[in-house]
Design a protein around this ligand. Structure first.
Ligand SMILES: Nc1ncnc2c1ncn2[C@@H]1O[C@H](COP(=O)(O)OP(=O)(O)OP(=O)(O)O)[C@@H](O)[C@H]1O
Length: 614
């Protein structure tokens, strides 16, 4: 049937009988021209756009292959509104008919001059399900008004979606990773303008600048934004997170190590129970509170605070205000764990589409910087990891070689590994009921450096975090940032203690997947499970430690299934060093602490991300 592409007409109530649309679903339909394809019928339903080639509609056949010639385009496409981020009118121009592909390559079809509009959406990469790829469709019609009407209809839909950001603060770290921070931003900036998201961009000139801006911005101004985006690495994200939380998150601190009076001893042979455990409620901190601790309590109750009532309104978790990360760093573990990919475009698309995922955040409180310094609490928030010993030494060493870029971690890691130092320390952590059975199993299978039965059971129980993760969504749990009255642990919580020589002490908030450790340090850590995954690596022969590191570097490896490795899921722990060393690594940044404690706040922040695809 010969059709003139300029004879576009509305087909609603006028569709030929053989058009397989459910007319009840169909809100609106038009006969349009799709660039690179030909005439189509575009239909809008309550949640998607759908188009079908007019040829296939009229002839009831699929024209994607004809006489051995394969059409480049598919005859039928569906685009959910949740996957669309832009619709734009683009005036008069050429629109091309379907191109054919034969053995010699694509052949161009006829072209027509028409008014046009574009729709931009996303689709999953065929090879990597977590990677999003932008898609662009150009439609044509002889009548400008028809094009404009479609653009308005689609934009009305997109504007109704309150999850999508309209106004964002963006911080770009130009020297991040390989020094490509600005280039990365230039690559993704068009996505934000296409999606009509306003951005206030600051390219940092020094370390600490983003923190200063985030902490000094008034809450009123902050509320005019839908979130803040870091273009950089984990350390840069950490700086922004701290800038926002340090002055605004209201909570009492976890107890200091000296407050854990009678923790249950655990000398590497399973726990020894002590009925006299007396743990003070951290909110009853007593008279010897430091000024900072007092300030925190005041912030919580609102008493004697220098902040105005308006300032107090910016609370956490905050459903509206989200964080975003566009990866440009050396490790980018937070991006990999929250999007499943290390891809700037994927991150940008997830941001403009308004995806959301909750993230646990650890509050790390340093009580003593060195063994001789005075008690003075100093707080840092961590979104991925806090570690001592090996991890602290690697970060200290790697800072000397920042000029090497991401390779500095390999070099520093090798140097520190060859030194094979261990550190005397004491760690106390809150026992979690559901974890008791694991400790029992661990004890039963002890006696070997590897854990035999225990490792098999643990491996089969592993559930990695993924998009729409059931574990992260469970409301029940020992801790919830959504309910500020709930502390991560209670007055009755029992603390267990481990003292000895450690190669490292680490607490992972998330799995910490990265390109060097494909499953992360803790494969079954979740974005919002409400746990710190405490990993204690006891002093062991050099070769055994190497085995642990090799397992860490392997896909489906078992880095924690060694007798010298303890893994405890806990909402809080304390740490005291018994040597001179006191270097911690908090989200990849140096933090000197001789005595510290940490607690996790479940789902404290929201991120523009959808979680990794399984
Ligand atoms: N303009 C700047 N010049 C120097 N340092 C900066 C600047 N802006 C930010 N920083 C600091 O640089 C540190 C490292 O940044 P970032 O995390 O982006 O890079 P990275 O260390 O290469 O990546 P990763 O943390 O993923 O390993 C952060 O602590 C950040 O505060």
């Amino acid at each position: 049937m010969e059709r003139n592409p300029n004879e576009n007409d509305f087909l609603e109530n006028n569709l030929p009988e053989n058009i397989p649309f459910n007319s009840q679903d169909s809100i609106f339909s038009s006969n349009l021209f799709l660039d690179g394809d030909g005439e189509i019928i575009l239909t809008q339903t309550s949640d998607k756009l759908h188009w079908k080639s007019i040829e296939s509609v009229l002839n009831g056949q699929d024209p994607s292959s004809c006489f051995g010639i394969e059409l480049v385009s598919k005859s039928e496409t569906t685009l959910c509104f949740s996957d669309i981020y832009s619709a734009e009118f683009i005036d008069l121009g050429l629109v091309h008919e379907a191109s054919f592909r034969n053995a010699r390559g694509p052949l161009l079809g006829q072209s027509f001059e028409m008014y046009r509009f574009t729709i931009r959406g996303v689709q999953k990469s065929k090879t990597q399900p977590s990677v999003l790829v932008p898609s662009l469709y150009t439609f044509g019609h002889k009548d400008a008004q028809t094009c404009q009407m479609w653009v308005n209809r689609i934009n009305d839909f997109l504007n109704m979606d309150e999850a999508r950001p309209k106004n964002l603060m963006v911080f770009v770290h130009p020297k991040s990773g390989k020094g490509l921070g600005c280039k990365v931003w230039e690559t993704v900036a068009p996505t934000f303008s296409q999606a009509k998201v306003k951005t206030k961009v600051t390219v940092t000139e020094r370390a600490g600048q983003a923190l200063d801006i985030m902490s000094s911005i008034t809450n009123k101004e902050l509320r005019s934004y839908d979130g803040v985006v870091a273009v950089g690495g984990d350390g840069f994200f950490n700086e922004i997170l701290n800038g926002l939380l340090l002055s605004r998150h209201k909570s009492s601190y976890p107890p200091r190590p000296t407050e854990i009076n009678h923790p249950v001893e655990k000398n590497g042979n399973g726990p020894v129970l002590d009925a006299n455990g007396d743990i003070r409620d951290p909110s009853d901190s007593g008279e010897d509170e430091s000024p900072l601790l007092k300030q925190s309590t005041n912030l919580r109750t609102g008493e004697d605070s220098c902040q105005t009532a308006e300032d107090l309104e910016f609370s956490f978790p905050n459903e509206k205000f989200r964080f975003g990360i566009i990866p440009a760093g050396s490790t980018d573990a937070i991006v990999i764990c929250t999007t499943g990919a290390r891809d700037a475009i994927t991150s940008a698309l997830q941001i403009v589409l308004g995806k959301a995922v909750c993230l646990d955040v650890a509050q790390v409180v340093r009580w003593k910087k060195t063994c001789t310094s005075k008690d003075e609490p100093c707080v840092r928030y961590a979104a991925s990891f806090a570690g001592y010993g090996f991890y602290g030494d690697v970060i200290t060493e790697s800072e000397k070689y920042r000029w090497m870029g991401p390779k500095r971690y390999d070099y520093a890691g090798t140097k520190v590994f060859l030194r094979h130092r261990s550190y005397e320390a004491e760690v106390a952590y809150v026992e979690v009921e559901s974890e008791k059975k694991n400790i029992g199993l661990e004890k039963e299978s002890s006696g070997n450096w590897t854990k035999g039965l225990w490792s098999l059971l643990k491996k089969s129980e592993r559930v990695a975090c993924s998009a729409n993760c059931g574990i992260c969504k469970t409301k029940a749990g020992h801790t919830s940032a959504r309910c500020p009255s709930l502390e991560p642990y209670s007055k009755d919580s029992r603390w267990l203690k481990s003292r000895g020589r450690f190669l490292s002490v680490g607490a992972a908030v998330i799995s910490c997947r990265n390109e060097k450790a494909p499953d992360g340090l803790v494969a079954d850590a979740h974005l919002s499970d409400g746990f710190l995954h405490l990993i204690l690596i006891k002093d062991c022969p050099h070769a055994f430690y190497l085995c642990h590191l090799l397992q860490l570097a392997k896909k489906d490896g078992n880095p924690l299934d060694f007798e010298f490795v303890e893994h405890h899921k806990t909402p809080a722990f304390t740490f005291t060093s018994f040597g001179k060393e006191s270097i911690w690594n908090v989200d990849g940044e140096l933090f000197q602490a001789h005595q510290l404690s940490a607690q996790v706040f479940r789902g404290l922040i929201n991120l523009f991300a959808s979680g990794p695809e399984a």
